[in-house]
Design a protein around this ligand. Structure first.
Ligand SMILES: [Zn+2]
Length: 419
C-alpha cells in the first residue's frame, strides 16, 4: 500500500499536467499553464536569493530591483518602468508610528488574530529576527551586512505591462513584494511570490500571446515596512486611471483597475504545529509550564493555496467574486494542490487597493489565522533560505502560479496565435 501511494505521488510530480478530461485540447489557457515549469520557477527564486534578504534601502535591494527589471525586459514585457517615492527610516529605538486600528476579530475558538481572524489550535510564537548575528552562514551574514540608512531617501517599485489588444484602457494587476527582512535569503517571503509574478510576465509576454485587457506585473518595495511601495503607487496613480495620454494616441499610462492580485509567501503549508517532544517522547514545556509546539517537517498532503479577500473592505463583494473565480481556475487548471477561499485578507500589498478595486491575495496559508499562529517557522527568520524548502514546497508555489495564470488569462481574455 505504501509503495502504491509513493508511486502515485511520484507520478503526480513527474507529470504536472492539467486535467485532460475537462479541458479541450485547443484551450489556450491550458497551453499557457503547461509552460509553467517547476525547475524554471525554482531557478528564478534561487537567483533572487543571490541578493540576500533584499532589505529596503540597501544596495542589495537596488541590485535585486535592477536584476528583476533586466529580466522583465528580456522577456519582452513592454513599458518596463519604475515608480519613485520617498521613505523615511527612523533612527533605531524610535517608537513606530501606530497603525490604523485593526479589524475587530476573534471567535470562541481561540484568541483574535489579524484581519478579523481567530487563532485556533496549537500555536508557536512569531516575530521578526532583527539580529544579523543570528545568521550562522558567514557568507550570507556578510551579504546582509549593510543596514538601511536612517533618514529620508528615494525608493522604487518596478513594473511592466501586457497591453490589451481590445481594451488597453483596462487592466488587472498581478504583484508581489521584492523586499525582505530577517537576515536570511527571503526565499519564501517573498522570493516565491516575486518569482511567480516574473514567470507570468515571461509567459504572457511571449510572441503570439494576446489578451483583450491589459495586465500589469508589479514588484513592490517596502512591503515589510508597512506596504509603503504599494501605498505610494495607489496615491500617485489612482486618479490617472483610464486617461488616454497623449490624447488620441491610444495609450493609457494607467489603465482602469479591474482587479488586484497579490502574492506573498507561496511555498510552505506543513499544517498546524504539533507537540514538540523531547528524547523520551514527552512534550517539552517552557519555564512557565506551557506546552511547546513545532511545525511538522514535511509539506502536508492536503496543502492548499489560500486565496483571501477582506470582508470589511468597500470592494468586498467584487473581491469575493474575484476570489471564487480564482478558486474555479485552480479547480480546472492546477496540477496538484487545491485552493481555498478566505475572507480575512490582511498585512499585504493588496490592502491599499481594497477599498478602490476588487483585491485578493494568494498565500501558502491564511495570513491571520495560520501564519499568525506560527505555522511557518521560517517567517522573517534567518532560515528563510532556498535550501530549507523541498520540491513539495516549491510545487505549492507553482500551483499558485497555475491558479493566477489561468484566473487572469480568463478574465483578461487570452488568445494564443498559431505560430
Ligand atoms: Zn511578505
Amino acid at each position: 500500500m505504501k509503495s502504491i501511494v509513493a508511486l502515485s505521488i511520484a507520478l503526480a510530480f513527474a507529470a504536472p499536467v492539467v486535467h485532460a478530461q475537462t479541458v479541450p485540447a485547443d484551450d489556450p489557457i491550458a497551453a499557457l499553464v503547461g509552460q509553467l515549469d517547476l525547475e524554471k520557477y525554482k531557478a528564478t527564486i534561487k537567483s533572487l536569493t543571490r541578493f540576500g534578504d533584499r532589505r529596503q534601502g540597501t544596495a542589495r535591494n537596488r541590485q535585486a530591483l535592477d536584476w528583476i527589471e533586466a529580466q522583465l525586459k528580456s522577456y519582452g514585457c513592454t513599458g518596463t518602468q519604475r515608480l519613485q517615492y520617498l521613505y523615511t527610516e527612523a533612527a533605531p529605538g524610535t517608537p513606530r508610528a501606530k497603525r490604523a486600528p485593526g479589524i475587530p476579530s476573534g471567535g470562541a475558538g481561540g484568541p483574535p488574530g489579524q484581519g478579523g481572524s481567530t487563532l485556533f489550535g496549537n500555536r508557536v510564537p512569531t516575530g521578526v529576527n532583527t539580529d544579523p548575528m543570528a545568521q550562522p552562514d558567514e557568507k550570507l551574514r556578510a551579504l546582509n551586512a549593510e543596514p538601511t540608512p536612517v533618514g529620508t531617501s528615494q525608493r522604487e517599485n518596478v513594473y511592466c505591462t501586457k497591453v490589451g489588444s481590445k481594451h488597453p484602457d483596462q487592466m488587472y494587476i498581478v504583484s508581489a513584494h521584492m523586499d525582505g527582512i530577517g537576515f536570511g535569503e527571503a526565499a519564501n517571503d517573498d522570493g516565491s511570490g516575486t518569482a511567480l509574478v516574473m514567470e507570468l510576465a515571461r509567459i504572457f509576454s511571449a510572441p503570439g500571446v494576446e489578451t483583450e485587457r491589459s495586465i500589469r506585473f508589479i514588484l513592490w518595495n517596502n512591503e515589510e515596512t508597512g506596504l509603503n511601495g504599494a501605498a505610494a503607487y495607489v496615491e500617485q496613480r489612482k486618479d490617472l486611471q483610464g486617461i488616454e495620454s497623449p490624447k488620441g494616441s491610444g495609450l493609457y499610462p494607467e489603465p482602469r483597475w479591474l482587479g488586484m492580485i497579490q502574492h506573498d509567501m507561496m511555498l510552505f503549508d506543513h499544517g498546524m504545529p504539533i507537540p514538540k517532544l523531547d528524547a523520551q517522547g514527552r512534550q517539552v514545556v517552557d519555564a512557565h509550564g506551557h506546552p511547546q509546539y513545532v511545525a511538522p517537517p514535511e509539506q502536508r498532503p492536503e496543502a492548499d493555496v489560500n486565496i483571501e479577500y477582506q470582508s470589511v473592505s468597500k470592494q468586498a463583494d467584487g473581491s469575493a467574486k474575484l476570489a471564487w473565480a480564482f478558486r474555479a481556475a485552480n479547480d480546472k487548471y492546477a496540477s496538484y494542490y487545491p485552493a481555498a477561499v478566505g475572507f480575512h485578507m490582511t498585512n499585504t500589498d493588496s490592502t491599499p487597493f481594497m477599498d478602490l478595486v476588487p483585491s485578493i491575495s494568494l498565500r501558502e496559508n491564511e495570513r491571520g489565522q495560520q501564519i499568525g499562529a506560527g505555522w511557518n517557522p521560517h517567517w522573517h527568520q534567518p532560515t528563510d533560505n532556498y535550501a530549507n524548502f523541498s520540491d513539495k514546497d516549491f510545487l505549492l508555489g507553482l500551483n499558485a502560479a497555475q491558479t493566477t495564470l489561468a484566473g487572469v488569462a480568463q478574465l483578461a481574455g487570452v488568445r494564443v496565435k498559431a505560430k
